[in-house]
Design a protein around this ligand. Sequence first.
Ligand code: B12
Length: 421
Amino acid sequence: MITFIIVSGLLALAAGKPCASDHEALLQSLGQQLLRSVDTRDNLPNPSVHIALRLSTHHNLAKESEHLNRLKTEFHDDIEKSLRNGELVVGRLALYILALKSSCHDLQSVHLNHNEPLLTHLKKEMEEEKQNIAFSHRPKTNYYQYSLGILALCVSGVRVSTHVSQKLIHAVEHKQIKHGESLCVDSHAMAGMALQCLKNEGTAVKDPAELDRALASIKQRLLDSKRADGHMGNEFSTGLAVQALMAMGTQMEECASAMEALRADVKKGTYHNPMAVSQVLPALHQQSYLHLKNKECRNEDDTLTIGADSASEVLPSHGQVSLQVEVIKSNGASSVFSINVPRGSSLFDALNLLQDKQTGFTFSTENSLWGPFLSVVNDEQARQTDRRYWQVSSDGTSLTQGIKDYKIDSAQSITIKNTGY
Ligand code: B12
């Protein structure tokens, strides 16, 4: 009997544990990919990338410290610029705080305009978001950022007001957390980590039984989002879903197929965008953002080298493919454009070619942590303030990547539609 129990225990462990022999190599190659991304100075430093590097086992302490300094100058300045423009910075500020925390940096020593500590400002913005939910039934930003805000406060040991937490619990219970029209796995994962942090810290909430119900609902919805191929939601939400499930105490065996799907994606090269890598790597390390709470930065390994880029060389593209681009404006008016583009071009490059041909198609983008976000098409802006965005689909299927990452490998019809959400 005892032998049976021991053998079953070992089998269960093996099922959940990322025991694939190449697991360590995958972790190392993703870590190196992130190091290379922080080394190129093309973009602003990315706090999410910093967190992922810091939650890893192997470090390059010099590069991480350099990146931390860039966050404290360049990213910090960018947040202050947004504040001067009257924008809410909940999500970016929360990630910045978590990044500082991941490097055990003294949060009290960092201030925003007018000498305001970061955490004080985040608390204020969360109050503003809470008011907005009370009046308009949703935050000005979104529930993903609202959850990140709660998580950053909680992980930093700041008490989250019961009114603020209640709004998230209520949104979970009333299924108000969506991405476009469908249930948002990424935001549920973030909400799960935020609410679990409150529970772990014993933070007072309006109704503890309701908190438990919300956590149980999130866990169930994440498990229900599992596809036959192991992904939860899609390739880009699975990492966060696994992080959240682990934070919520789910047995590793329940995440085994999702972990396997993540490993298969890494091997396929699905995660070339550093933001995507940054959300997947902690899960593969069996870490979640909750581990930042008690992070100690002592006796750290310093063996991660930047390494050579092993990504397969991009071969010159062969031939052209025809692309049809349909733009559907908010009033329903549609215009269709056609162009031939080199096979393998990104949609971003294809749209630039179309614009250069002066066919009447124009567009512009805004920078974000994921890359360029399509914001204006043919002089029409899809504004976040109006709850609208340019949704992009190919042959009727919504893209799971942005215009810079999506590659045109075959002839297809792209639809860019001004959509409400
Ligand atoms: C909320 C959200 C949206 C909202 C953003 C507006 C809002 N106020 O709510 C809406 C519904 C508009 C949206 C649209 C899209 N989204 Co979205 N979105 C998210 C989500 C859940 C949170 C983003 C966030 O607030 N981050 C926190 C802040 C601190 O980071 P940030 O970079 O400053 O945030 C801004 C950008 O992320 C930007 N944004 C949102 N989605 C996308 C997608 C891309 C490709 C880019 C470049 C920017 C971008 O909007 C944020 C708010 O201003 C993420 C989930 C995740 N795992 O990150 C998915 C996510 C980023 N979105 C995704 C996708 C695919 C899209 C679309 C391309 C879908 C489509 N087919 O049209 C479009 C973007 C099209 C375009 N115009 O360029 C994918 C990206 C995967 C990838 N490899 O690139 C994610 C990871 C979801 C997923 N698991 O599939 N999204």
